[in-house]
Design a binder for this molecule. Structure first.
Ligand SMILES: *Cc1c(COP(=O)(O)O)cnc(C)c1O
Ligand code: SF4
Length: 459
């Protein structure tokens, strides 16, 4: 690699350059938290016993407005809130903790509550795990024909945790709930065999918590001819938001930029699948410098986010987010509906309202920012977009379509559900026009049944 980037931290960017992480145990070491009322701190401690908590100093100091607690969107994004647990669960853990109950009692209660939070939405374990000979490749998912997801074992954490994250079971150390891979050779053999795969998506956690050296060992081999069909390398990351220093001032930031540039120069499309929930995350000098540097490598930054109550359930927030992204050269990509897992009761937004926010936000921006699709639900059968509300022969309906389907033939076919202003997820929706099932359901049921049979055979 013959490309060089300055390794020095950039002058004039005032910030702490070393990643300082706080977990639940170090909560009281955060100066801003120490100044919060005891009731708020107790609530954080209780919820953080059940759901993952992790934050770094940059997020605390530069993204959160501590004069606006608890409503600040980034505070809501990071810090556990009492409403994230059912009232009785919150009280149960609170009582145990206040009474200094034995660890094993608290842990038992925590386990029970976690299992009720739907740790495995959308049948990911049953249906998406690819196979190679007799090996089940546990650190991979292959759901849509063109794209393979790879979860490198060293990338199973993040620079901070989002309180709404559907990957939360991966962070609480429950081995059964984890999938992660360490073997690059299996990934390579799988990709070699599957010529239909055009995209590799490195995901996590956040794969950019890995050192550049490790990342290079995963990605550089893909430049050889056997992988010519893998034309796009996507990296799913929230580093631009939570730790932009990863691209600017980390000891191996320059090498990371070189790697991206090298992949681009050798014919790959490199897509940084960034995750921005709020325009505030784009506002710091460090974030802007990171975005500038990533773009200078030829990689394209695309942005996606779920729509979340308490954080961004407001059309103006989205319009500003997209406008700001376009200004900085980021392509708006997806607006997701919050999955039905973890603290979903706290964050969920009815589909009807999500649609309204999407429409209102899209109408405020020019066509350049209307590359964003949504609101989209990731469910077992595929990614389903709520396109609109219509009235057909006197019946009010949601118009839906697959953006991605487990069967590619399902994609782009409009279908209809009865309008329901409270529905927050696909399984609340009923087919319109007196039908019993959506068009894809019999075929999907077969897929699930077959997978179950195969699993029993293998056991
Ligand atoms: C969203 C997603 C992809 C990528 O889909 P695109 O529409 O190509 O961005 C791939 N695999 C899984 C499991 C997904 O959820
Ligand atoms: S950065 Fe991504 S994977 Fe990590 S907690 Fe946030 S949403 Fe989840």
């Amino acid at each position: 690699m013959d490309i060089t980037y300055s390794k020095r931290p950039h002058d004039g960017l005032s910030c702490v350059n070393r990643l300082k992480i706080f977990t639940a145990r170090q909560l009281e070491q955060i100066p801003q938290v120490r100044r919060l009322p005891e009731t708020t701190r107790r609530a954080i401690r209780i919820v953080a016993r059940v759901l993952p908590f992790r934050v770094n100093r940059y997020v605390v100091d530069e993204l959160i407005d501590w004069d606006n607690i608890p409503n600040d969107p980034i505070f809501q994004l990071i810090f556990p809130q009492p409403g994230m647990l059912a009232h009785e669960d919150f009280e149960r853990i609170g009582t145990l903790m206040d009474a200094d109950a034995p660890q094993s009692d608290v842990e038992q209660a925590v386990r029970e509550i976690r299992l009720r939070l739907n740790p495995h939405p959308a049948g990911q374990h049953l249906l998406n795990i690819p196979e190679l000979g007799d090996n089940r490749l546990a650190g991979m998912q292959h759901k849509y024909r063109e794209t393979v997801l790879f979860f490198p074992r060293q990338g199973q954490t993040c620079f901070s945790y989002c309180s709404f994250c559907f990957r939360w079971p991966q962070f609480i150390g429950d081995e059964k709930l984890r999938f992660a891979a360490s073997q690059t050779d299996l990934l390579q053999r799988y990709l070699m065999k599957h010529r239909e795969v055009s995209d590799l998506l490195l995901t996590g956690g956040d794969p950019l918590v890995m050192r550049t050296k490790r990342l290079t060992s995963y990605l550089l081999p893909l430049l050889s001819d056997e992988f010519a069909h893998v034309q796009t390398i996507r990296i799913g990351t929230k580093a631009l938001s939570f730790w932009p220093h990863r691209f600017v001032s980390d000891p191996d930031a320059a090498e990371l930029l070189q790697l991206l540039e090298w992949l681009v120069k050798n014919g790959k499309h490199v897509a940084i699948m960034a995750h921005f929930n709020h325009w505030r995350e784009l506002s710091t000098p460090m974030a802007r410098e990171a975005i500038r540097l990533v773009r200078s490598t030829g990689a394209v930054i695309r942005s996606q986010s779920p729509l979340l109550a308490h954080i961004n359930d407001d059309a103006e927030v989205w319009a500003r987010l997209w406008r700001e992204q376009v200004r900085l050269g980021i392509v708006p990509y997806y607006m997701f509906v919050k999955r039905d897992t973890g603290a979903s009761r706290y964050f969920r937004v009815p589909l009807a309202k999500a649609l309204q926010i999407y429409r209102e936000a899209v109408t405020k921006v020019s066509g350049i920012a209307r590359t964003v699709r949504g609101p989209s639900m990731s469910v077992g059968p595929g990614k389903i977009e709520v396109q609109g509300v219509a009235e057909v022969q006197g019946e009010k309906v949601f118009v839906l379509r697959f953006i991605q389907g487990r069967n590619p033939d399902w994609v782009q076919r409009p279908f209809f559900a009865r309008y329901d202003k409270h529905a927050t997820w696909l399984d609340h929706l009923r087919p319109a026009f007196g039908k019993d099932e959506f068009f894809f359901q019999p075929e999907y049921r077969n897929m699930v049944d077959n997978a179950k049979l195969q699993n029993i055979d293998a056991a």
